[in-house]
Design a protein around this ligand. Structure first.
Ligand code: ZN
Length: 427
């Protein structure tokens, strides 16, 4: 894709950006105070009056909104419009306890479709494309969100939903799918299947848009290589519309987000204090135009960095880094804090190691044992790959782990998200 490279030493004019966001922010806070009993009480308790929040910088006075508050509000505790304005609900998966219900107004649905269409456009999707949407439809936000974006852009949606790989591949070949949407795990599964069957020449794919889980550069390279496509990392969460609030561009320098609808702040997850652009921390999001369930300073638990510089692609929208992990993904082994993203990093630097791995934790004789199973490339010595991995884990992460290399394709593949950490230490 030909993209003109621009000067990337130019920094984002954050003052100008905050000025633009501030007007929308003060309108929203006033609206929330009037219409949302939840936020009225929350702001009163914190001693914050709506007129105190005039500018983005004032946000620091506002307490965070947490996922557990959203759960406690089940089902409509955070709804900020009368019933007759709600046209749809979505819900989070709710693996533990009650799910979170998110009400959308007509305008929310439209803004979401617009943001999603922008994402697709940024990835180079055009009205001539045929877009296979493999995420699930239903209460879950993904399928329907992508579908609406494809239609808004004017491309052709192929709403297969998840599963049935046989049928997916048949549709892909017969209809001439050019854009694949899914989790990165499913992208990998399909890529390997197409490669194994030697049917790449029957497939017209040129773009992959993947999201909903963290994926390593190694996994990305594998998908791109097997399918000969360009891939894009799309960002979002059910509590804030769903997928489509940000995506990386053809320069792949970070994830652009739609700052006319959302404020992204980065905080230190320990102290809760804002950190300046360029510093890693936890992403906190405030919605600017959402009506059904607007959120003030929602803690995402996603770890990333707000970038200082303008993207060379020329987009006026600011960027965060690709999400490195979640603050609650952290595992503590032998007194050391580890993020699964660190294992990705080790695998990237280990010759012969593939992207796929599992972390198995057990306790033996009151001691933690960590075993990492990792796939090795075809033709590589398993012994050598496991030895290299073990050495790199020790130098990069600082712990002694057992490593078992297994042949490529041994570990399970997923049509949804891949589970990589198995903590059996309580058993
Ligand atoms: Zn860009």
């Amino acid at each position: 894709m030909a993209v003109e490279e621009r000067d990337c030493s130019v920094e984002i004019d954050f003052e100008k950006l905050f000025n633009e966001q501030s007007r929308k922010l003060s309108d929203m806070v006033e609206r929330l105070y009037r219409n949302s009993p939840f936020y009225r009480e929350k702001l009163n308790k914190a001693g914050v009056r709506p007129e105190d929040i005039r500018r983005v910088e004032d946000l620091e006075q506002v307490p965070f909104t947490t996922k557990s508050e959203l759960r406690e509000g089940y089902p409509f505790g955070l709804m900020a419009v009368p019933d007759e304005q709600v046209v749809r609900i979505h819900s989070s998966s709710g693996t533990t306890g009650k799910p979170i219900i998110v009400p959308y107004t007509k305008n929310d649905v439209s803004v979401w479709a617009e943001m999603m269409a922008r994402c697709m456009e940024m990835a180079g999707v055009t009205p001539r494309d045929r877009v296979q949407v493999t995420p699930g439809y239903g209460l879950w936000t993904a399928g329907i969100g992508f579908q609406a974006g494809v239609e808004r852009l004017g491309a052709m949606a192929i709403p297969t939903g998840p599963g049935n790989t046989e049928k997916q591949l048949e549709m892909m070949a017969d209809i001439g799918t050019t854009v694949l949407i899914g989790t990165s795990s499913y992208g990998l599964l399909l890529a390997e299947e197409i490669h194994k069957r030697g049917i790449r020449d029957k497939i017209k794919l040129r773009i992959g848009i993947f999201g909903s889980e963290r994926w390593s550069d190694k996994m990305r390279a594998r998908i791109e290589e097997d399918l000969n496509i360009d891939t894009f990392d799309i960002y979002g969460l059910t509590e804030i519309y769903g997928p489509g609030i940000g995506i990386d561009c053809p320069m792949h320098r970070g994830i652009h987000f739609w700052s006319d609808h959302l404020i992204f702040e980065i905080i230190d997850p320990e102290t809760g204090k804002q950190v300046p652009p360029g510093t890693q921390g936890e992403l906190v999001i405030t919605t600017l135009t959402k009506e059904g369930m607007p959120l003030l300073r929602y803690r995402t638990h996603d770890v990333t960095t707000l970038r200082r510089e303008m993207c060379p692609c020329g987009s006026p929208f600011p960027m965060i880094d690709r999400v490195l992990g979640r603050t609650d993904d952290m595992i503590k082994v032998k007194g050391v804090n580890i993020y699964p993203g660190q294992i990705d990093h080790v695998l990237r630097m280990t010759p012969g190691a593939c992207s796929e791995y599992q972390i198995l934790l057990t306790r033996e004789n009151a001691k933690d044992r960590i075993l990492i199973k990792v796939e090795a490339e075809d033709g590589c010595s398993l012994e050598q790959v496991s030895g290299e991995c073990k050495k790199n884990i020790k130098t990069k992460i600082g712990i002694i782990a057992d490593v078992e290399a297994v042949p490529r394709g041994t570990l399970p593949r997923s049509e949804k998200k891949t589970r990589r950490v198995f903590d059996n230490r309580d058993c």
